[in-house]
Design a protein around this ligand. Structure first.
Ligand code: SF4
Length: 443
């Protein structure tokens, strides 16, 4: 038997390569490969890196989808099913939208494949695939089979999972919809083994919130000290209240944390169910504590909810520049299916295209009607704030502050690369349509 694992891409511009910064090593293919019995042959196509061989001799195709690559994933599934090859679809989008995904597949895995993957393989062998398989919510227990990625050129940073889920229940977040406040960790010795196996100095923790369980993560951080790595991750601002946690992050090689501020508008935070951010302390002071510990921040902001308007953009830009964040994402709110805010907008008739992920949606397009400004204004304001933040003079100003916080040359080089690159990518990203030009080179 042969299994073909496919990771669909989002889309690309005609005649151009796939966005380099979107070529992060995937975890799902190594995990699926590790779960697959050794007697099954396997191959992996990463749609972001290479053309998919639709004629490959195979007995089962496994496709993992998120909302942005769902349209492409369904198209790929269609091509294999036309040949009579059964297709199983999984991933976070399929988990939240199984009734949609089953229209494009023979089977849908809901949740993580651990625990059900052997059944899928067994049933595929005997032509008895079920419509739905119910996986787990837990972090994978297997060691990812990274050999399946060999020969593919990814960004020089390895993805490692320490846990799954998040203790918070933000209403826009697919993680919250899936894990409903639960956080599930991997065994620490397995995480260390995994990191050592990658043989890489740069590690990105795939977890949605490393501050979900501070006590447990501190134990991991103590173990990480001997690994001589530089790691990056994402975590809630709550971490700033624990000086020991911050020190351990730095001592274990943690240098950059993505923090979802989401909004400085308390009314928007309330819509998101993230108003707890306003109760954990003074924002400036919390940011300063993280910076003073030598840790840089990748700040993430979302616009367009509650009564967000031009003024919201103004004071958010001031805040971001004042703190000289290493990097920042300024995005309009995106309604992900399966989340409470998506349902609210749908019911109130404010979604412009309720199934945007199935359409020729253009990356960056605003897909809902904000209350105080038009969708077009929201789009323009997002583009303007990005251009302002990543303007050369601002990149240079922020560089000075970044150097004060961290003198490591490799880190400074990454700052320059990321920030300069971002300026050029602002327009490029927004011309990409979902599932476009992916059966063409170059990639
Ligand atoms: S804190 Fe972050 S990961 Fe957790 S639910 Fe909120 S947005 Fe999602």
């Amino acid at each position: 038997m042969k299994l073909t694992i496919i990771l669909p891409a989002i889309g690309k511009e005609e005649g151009k390569k796939y966005m380099r910064t979107w070529k992060l090593e995937p975890l799902i293919a190594p995990i699926l490969s590790a779960l697959t019995p050794p007697e099954v042959d396997r191959e992996f196509f990463d749609d972001r890196i290479e053309l998919i061989n639709y004629d490959t001799a195979t007995d089962l195709v496994a496709i993992s989808i998120e909302t942005y690559n769902a349209r492409r994933g369904y198209k790929i599934a269609e091509k294999f099913r036309e040949r009579g090859v059964p297709v199983v679809i999984g991933g976070i989008h399929a988990t939240l939208m199984p009734e949609e995904a089953i229209n494009f597949a023979d089977s849908v895995v809901i949740g993580n494949a651990d625990g059900v993957w052997l059944d899928v393989i067994k049933d595929a062998k005997s032509n008895k695939l079920k419509k739905f398989y119910y996986g787990t919510k837990y972090a994978s227990k297997v060691e990812p089979d990274r050999e399946i990625l060999s020969g593919k050129r990814y960004l020089p940073i390895k993805l490692v999972e320490t846990g799954k889920g998040c203790i918070f229940k933000c209403k826009f977040c697919t993680t919250a919809s899936l894990y409903t406040g639960g956080y599930h960790v991997r065994a620490i010795d397995k995480i260390i083994e995994d990191i050592v196996y990658t043989n890489s100095r740069y590690i990105l923790f795939a977890d949605e919130n490393i501050a979900s369980n501070l006590k447990w993560f501190k134990t991991l951080l103590r173990e990480l000290k001997g690994c001589n790595i530089r790691w990056f991750g994402q975590g809630s601002l709550t971490m700033a209240r624990d000086p020991e946690f911050l020190k351990l992050i730095y001592d274990s090689g943690g240098r950059l944390i993505l923090v979802g501020f989401e909004s400085l508008n308390p009314r928007s935070l309330k819509v998101m169910n993230k108003q707890w951010i306003t109760k954990i302390g003074n924002l400036d002071e919390l940011v300063k504590r993280i910076h003073d510990a030598g840790i840089n921040i990748y700040a993430s902001f979302i616009f367009g909810l509650a009564d967000d308007d031009e003024e919201t953009f103004k004071y958010t830009l001031e805040f971001a520049l004042k703190h000289s964040f290493f990097y920042a994402a300024f995005n309009h709110f995106q309604p992900y299916p399966g989340t409470p805010i998506y349902n609210d907008l749908l019911q109130s008739g404010r979604l412009l295209s309720p199934k945007w992920w199935l359409e020729e949606y253009r990356y960056g397009e605003v897909n809902f009607v904000p209350k105080k400004i038009t969708p077009e204004q929201l789009y323009i304001l997002c583009q303007s704030i990005r251009k302002e933040y990543f303007r050369y003079s601002n990149v240079l100003k922020r560089l000075k502050e970044t150097v004060k916080r961290n003198h490591e040359l490799e880190f400074i080089a990454n700052y320059i690369l990321l920030n300069v690159n971002q300026y050029y990518e602002i327009e490029r990203r927004n011309s990409i349509r979902l599932a476009s030009y992916l059966d063409e080179l170059p990639k």
